[in-house]
Write a protein that binds this ligand. Structure first.
Ligand SMILES: Cc1cc2nc3c(=O)[nH]c(=O)nc-3n(C[C@H](O)[C@H](O)[C@H](O)COP(=O)(O)O)c2cc1C
Ligand code: SF4
Length: 597
């Protein structure tokens, strides 16, 4: 179906509006539901939505265009998206995708003629501990192999609705192998809020300050400083946002926290609300984790019933706070806090100019705290126990513990909570990693560490990380790591600023050229120069870090590319004579002068 009757649209979409309301901020949530109904966003629906939300058609179209899970054209009744992280590739993703496409007589990126199926790649789906992984109509498939794909092919051919497929295909395990203060010590729902009310708001903020808690989303900013600034910023309303976008390839610890420790996270958000004076909170859940939504809604409902959310929390008059879940739609940049706020407002997730920062001008231009899932979990524990209990673990500048998502070449990929300060080599034994050659710390935007550096420690003083740790043994081709990262950033750049939009594309082309055996010494210099431009001139953190893996490879892993280079000083990136073919056809010429010598 490529177009729809207006009256039909009206009938089918009115329940969507009844659920979400008629505010422009709900645009993305509405579009996600429309995509689910039709498997695309019909042009008539764009007009209908624009009218009801009082926004222009152009604004609606811009949002559809921005998010990879939305589409103007049908993506088929079944849309299978293979996760394209380096870990999925190491586990055979490319071969499996090829196998599946051959079986279904389909080319990647195309929709079958009967509109039944499309198959494509997508950025990391956050299942690196149980890959190769994929999404089918947004639901996660794990541990894929040929046998499972045969079954999936049959289910699709028989047109079985995804909701009736065998549960084992969708099984997502927590895989927790090591616990410390966050994962190992059970908490009773409400205990931390009770402790906050007994201690008082100012004293709880002082306790968080004394705990030296730093944000777990990557940048490591002091949580107490952020909350103090927000608390004192004037505004008509204050907001709390939990950043559960978790788009950094290789990271999946927030998935586990939300699945099995949701109370801890929601409790942290509620304490934050009490401290900064917010009545509304949002949990921004990445689209890939939408399977967690129902469970999270249940936890939210239980907390309302228990008096831990809603009006007069735990009987305290005036302590009103509730949390709404907002789904993302497949855009890594929406993890950046100002892009996330744009997305929460229903717009394309383009990073804002900063300053002003969200603590003064965030959601709807009001003071807003945006924190990572794990940061809120830490706050709950600090409030329930105290700062001394928290600082007993960790290093001078990195108190407490860090949850790591470990994957790649190791026997036990999964979740490991360590005190800050743990050295890389200490981790290898625990997860069963042997003959380690390199480790990617903190995803493609982080650091590629060589074996000379395995004594380095996970902490803000040395190797900061949002949580991803991917291990590569000696069999692995490090050039493929850099190539995967270059492709990821070229795909995920939001295109707003030139250094990143152009830089990520050039970087990808040159790495491809080297990988294909056409690279030269000149290309290496180009990569360094482009990396420098992106790092220093880009508008946001995505561009600042997009060259990290490539530069680390050039600096630390010369064997990965040296024997692939041509001896020439320069080799063009494309074949000029072949590029002239089109012009020759148009002019009907094929003489000697129409060819490049
Ligand atoms: C491209 C990009 C992606 C990001 N993705 C995330 C993310 O998925 N989760 C997260 O908590 N922070 C992410 N961040 C960092 C956020 O902008 C922000 O610093 C963080 O949510 C603050 O929370 P914290 O202080 O608790 O760490 C990202 C930053 C950039 C530049
Ligand atoms: S650096 Fe990249 S992601 Fe960030 S605003 Fe510029 S183009 Fe967009």
């Amino acid at each position: 179906m490529d177009s729809c009757e207006f009256s039909q649209i009206e009938q089918q979409l009115s329940p969507v509006f009844e659920q979400h309301g008629y505010e422009a901020q709900k645009l993305l949530q509405i579009l996600l539901d429309v995509q689910e109904i039709y498997s695309f966003i019909p042009d008539e629906a764009i007009t209908y939505i624009a009218n009801l939300l009082s926004v222009s058609r152009v604004s609606v179209k811009a949002v559809v265009d921005f998010y990879s899970f939305l589409s103007f054209k049908s993506v088929g009744e079944y849309r299978v998206l293979f996760s394209d992280n380096i870990t999925d590739q190491m586990l055979g993703k490319n071969e499996l995708m090829q196998y599946f496409c051959k079986k279904m007589w389909l080319e990647p990126g195309k929709v079958s003629e009967d509109n039944l199926l499309s198959v494509d790649s997508t950025s990391c789906t956050g299942m690196c501990d149980q890959g190769p992984a994929a999404l089918v109509n947004g639901w996660p498939l794990t541990n894929l192999d040929q046998q499972r794909l045969d079954l999936i092919a049959k289910l699709i051919r028989d047109r079985n609705p995804v909701s009736t497929w065998p549960a084992m295909l969708f099984e997502v395990k927590d895989n927790i192998y090591r616990s410390e203060i966050l994962l190992g010590k059970p908490s009773v729902a409400g205990a931390a809020i009770k402790a906050t009310l007994e201690r008082g708001v100012a004293a709880t903020l002082s306790e968080i300050e004394a705990s030296k808690l730093r944000g777990r989303g990557g940048a490591g900013y002091s949580t107490a400083n952020k909350w103090s600034s927000c608390r004192t910023s004037p505004g008509t309303a204050h907001y709390i946002v939990c950043n559960a976008d978790e788009g950094e390839p290789g990271t999946f610890k927030d998935r586990v926290l939300l699945n099995s420790y949701a109370d801890l996270v929601l409790e942290g958000m509620t304490i934050a609300a009490k401290i900064i004076g917010a009545t509304q909170g949002f949990l921004y859940l990445r689209g890939e984790y939408r399977y967690l939504r129902r469970k999270l809604e249940e936890v939210l409902a239980q907390r309302r019933t228990a008096g831990l959310l809603g009006r007069s929390i735990l009987g305290e008059l005036g302590f009103d706070f509730d949390i709404e879940i907002h789904l993302g739609a497949g855009a890594y940049i929406c993890g950046e806090e100002s892009a996330l706020i744009e997305s929460l407002e229903g717009k394309s997730g383009r990073p804002r100019n900063r300053p002003p920062f969200p603590v003064t001008h965030g959601y709807l231009d009001q003071p807003t705290v945006v924190d990572n899932v794990e940061t809120f979990a830490c706050v709950s524990k600090i409030a329930e126990y105290d700062s001394a209990w928290f600082t007993a673990l960790g290093t001078a500048q990195s108190s407490g513990s860090k949850i790591l998502s470990i994957s790649g070449d190791c026997a036990r990929p999964g979740i490991y909570e360590y005190p800050f300060g743990v050295a890389l080599y200490e981790i290898f034994d625990d997860c069963g990693a042997e003959d380690v050659h390199a480790v990617q710390v903190s995803g493609p935007s982080g650091t590629l560490v060589s074996c000379k550096e395995f004594r380095r420690r996970i902490c803000f003083e040395d190797l900061p990380t949002a949580g991803a740790l991917i291990i590569f043994n000696r069999e692995r081709d490090i050039l493929q790591v850099a190539l995967n990262s270059a492709h990821f950033f070229a795909y995920e750049s939001c295109g707003f600023c030139t250094p990143c939009r152009v830089g990520t594309q050039l970087q990808k082309k040159i790495i491809d050229k080297i990988s294909d055996g056409y690279g030269t010494a000149y290309d290496l210099e180009e990569l360094k120069y482009i990396g420098h431009i992106m790092r220093t001139m880009s508008h946001c953190g995505l561009g600042h870090t997009a060259a990290n893996q490539v530069i680390d490879m050039l600096d630390k892993f010369p064997d990965a590319y040296k024997n692939k280079l041509k001896k020439l000083v320069f080799e063009p990136a494309f074949d000029l004579d072949r590029a002239l073919e089109k012009a020759r056809k148009i002019t009907g010429r094929d003489d000697k002068l129409a060819h490049f010598p």
